[in-house]
Write a protein that binds this ligand. Structure first.
Ligand SMILES: [Fe+2]
Ligand SMILES: [Fe+2]
Length: 305
């Protein structure tokens, strides 16, 4: 597609654009390097864990690793769609987003390599629900943007990517990992990495919420696209959590299981449902605005993204 003009020559970057401000935040806060995280203690902890304790960590690692790889590989159509639409500030922010996801993928892969499970085949831990979301819906909705960047297609892409994968599943995953291993005083390296990831994901979620909101402001039919897709994906999003918690419950129910790890499966499922409700509520705040311009003005006024 030929360029007809350039924003920075006809004028300048919109320094107040919410996504430009998020880009500034990303430059400031997203400087961590996965290669700097010391996994020495993790290796010692892992070696000292019982076989059952090791097994408990594997389905979570399998979900995190493939999830980060999927979002690294699948973000590009969103970047291209924003660029094609001339949304310079959104595109600038997304360059940091892509880099973040690459670092997240690197972080988990490094950890697996350093504790000695790098060669292990873990895809058996991907349930049908996991496959529906990460193998099918996520790439499908993202790749559609290559041929269709209508508001409805962008909303669906941001819904599965930002709201479901990041806003429900990643958040629930971090929470369970902390619940299990922070409490047990194990694996400080990966827990530190997860803290960094969590901060990055906060910005990614803000991109998703903003993108869906600006396309839904004053357009109830678009807001319905968001809600319908959330509802459609929820059984599988919950299915991912339910499967992972059931593996733990079945393992712990065996007399021969030798594990000192402690985890509340029911609380975890409630946590995931709460994330689903929160994401819907966050996007629904758009009902206070008649159009995207009002939304932008309010964000500028409030000093938030
Ligand atoms: Fe990530
Ligand atoms: Fe992310």
């Amino acid at each position: 597609m030929a360029h007809e003009s350039f924003q920075t020559v006809d004028g300048e970057i919109n320094w107040n654009a919410p996504m430009y401000r998020l880009y500034e935040k990303a430059k400031k806060n997203g400087k961590w390097n996965p290669a700097d995280i010391d996994f020495t203690q993790d290796k010692m902890d892992f070696d000292g864990m019982t076989e059952d304790e090791k097994i408990t960590s594997m389905p979570l690692v399998a979900s995190f690793s493939a999830g980060e790889e999927a979002v690294t590989l699948d973000i590009l159509p969103m970047v291209y769609a924003m660029a094609r639409q001339g949304r310079l500030e959104d595109t600038m922010f997304l360059t940091t987003f892509m880099h973040d996801e690459a670092k997240h993928t690197e972080m988990f892969s490094r950890w697996q390599q350093q504790v000695g499970v790098g060669e292990m085949e873990l895809s058996n831990f991907h349930s049908d629900s996991y496959k529906r979301i990460f193998y099918e819906e996520l790439p499908g909705s993202m790749e559609r943007l290559n041929v269709d960047d209508s508001p409805q297609a962008v909303i669906r892409a941001a819904t599965v990517y930002n709201m479901v994968v990041e806003g429900i599943l990643a958040e629930s995953g971090y929470h369970s990992f902390r619940e299990i291993f922070k409490k047990a005083g194990l694996l400080p390296g990966i827990l530190q990495g997860i803290d960094y990831l969590n901060q990055d994901e906060g910005r990614h979620l803000q991109f998703g919420i903003y993108t869906i909101q600006r396309l839904c402001a004053g357009k109830d039919e678009n807001l319905k696209v968001f809600h319908d897709y959330m509802d459609e994906l929820w059984p599988d999003a919950f299915g991912v959590v339910e499967y992972l918690t059931s593996l733990y419950d079945v393992q712990m129910a065996q007399d021969w299981t030798n594990s000192s790890l402690d985890f509340d499966s029911e609380a975890m499922k409630k946590y995931a449902k709460r994330q689903f409700d929160i994401r819907k509520k966050q996007v629904d705040r758009v009902k206070n605005f008649n159009n995207a311009q009002e939304l932008d003005e309010q964000l500028v006024k409030a000093g938030t993204v």
